[in-house]
Design a protein around this ligand. Structure first.
Ligand code: ZN
Ligand code: ZN
Length: 170
């Protein structure tokens, strides 16, 4: 058994249109390699930073994500035996080829699968005002008056009256 810290540098962008790991990003992994009967079992974690846009307010978001890695790299002769037995047909099988294993597809699968479908800058992002487009997070009480300006003076008079009532009571 062996443990290793490996840094992968992405040769291209990984992800979707809304969120992705940019080309040239560093994926930091801590992996444990175990020799098992069928081949080599790889387990560990991968840490990456995804960049995207909040789906509600369109602000840039940066998501630091840690994912678990688990993959079995089978020796080719074992993989054939397993396939013939009809076992684990749904599982993607990775192979040990010429005594080497290619970790990149495994890391990529795990990292990309963990990306959120709808990234948010914060869980309760209120989004943008549907009328003027400002960030509601900056101004939570923001609203548009739909009152006719001619009535505004009357409204002020009413609230003044309310205020003086309060003063009498206290
Ligand atoms: Zn947002
Ligand atoms: Zn507005």
């Amino acid at each position: 058994m062996e443990e290793e810290h490996i840094t992968f540098v992405t040769a291209e962008q990984w992800g979707t249109a809304v969120i992705s790991i940019p080309e040239g990003s560093h994926i930091e992994t801590d992996l444990r390699f175990e020799s098992v009967l069928e081949g080599v079992l790889v387990t560990g974690t991968a840490n990456s930073v995804a960049h995207g846009e909040c789906v509600r307010c369109l602000d840039a978001v940066e998501i630091d994500q840690m994912v678990d890695i688990t993959a079995l790299f089978a020796y080719p002769e074992r993989a054939v035996a397993a396939a013939e037995a009809g076992a684990d047909e749904d599982d993607e099988t990775f192979l040990v080829e010429h005594d080497r294993i290619d970790l990149e597809p495994v890391i990529r699968d795990s990292v990309v699968t963990a990306l959120p479908f709808q990234p948010l800058c914060q869980a309760d992002c209120p989004g943008l005002c549907s009328e003027c487009g400002i960030h509601l997070a900056d101004d939570p009480d923001h609203q548009h008056e739909s009152i006719d300006p001619r009535w505004a003076a009357l409204q002020d008079a009413i609230s003044d009256a309310d205020a003086s009532d309060d003063m009498k009571e206290s």
